[in-house]
Write a protein that binds this ligand. Structure first.
Ligand SMILES: [Zn+2]
Length: 119
């Protein structure tokens, strides 16, 4: 079973916008190497990726890799060290950390917004 309780409709014009675990979301489609879920709101019919609004959106990195990068950033580990530890390109680390703003806040948002695949 897919646990969608952490997700909500992201359409600000939808009457069910922002209501988590409201029963209005379905998964009509999965895409990409990580089987990212496309979510559809039955109230307004808008669609969004489960990654929308998270640093995972538009990336092909695995959730584990992104989580590692963010965890290192949150711990204050420098970019060069993170590159060595995680094994990704320096620009990739920089991009995630920059998009993060406050790493602790980002990590929190990530953990709240993201539910792992349950293959
Ligand atoms: Zn909606």
């Amino acid at each position: 079973m897919d646990d969608l309780s952490r997700f909500c409709c992201l359409n600000p014009n939808c009457s069910d916008h922002g209501k988590r675990d409201h029963g209005n979301l379905t998964i009509p489609h999965r895409y990409g190497p990580n089987k990212t879920r496309l979510l559809r709101c039955s109230t307004c019919t808008s669609r969004s990726s489960e990654r929308t609004g998270t640093p995972l959106f538009g990336t092909r990195l695995s959730p584990d890799t992104v989580a590692d990068i963010l965890a290192h950033a949150a711990e204050g580990v420098g970019t060069r060290k993170t590159v060595r530890l995680v094994g990704v390109h320096r620009d990739t680390v920089t991009r995630y950390v920059r998009s993060a703003g406050d790493p602790a806040q980002l990590l929190h948002d990530e953990l709240v917004a993201f539910s792992p695949d349950d293959d």
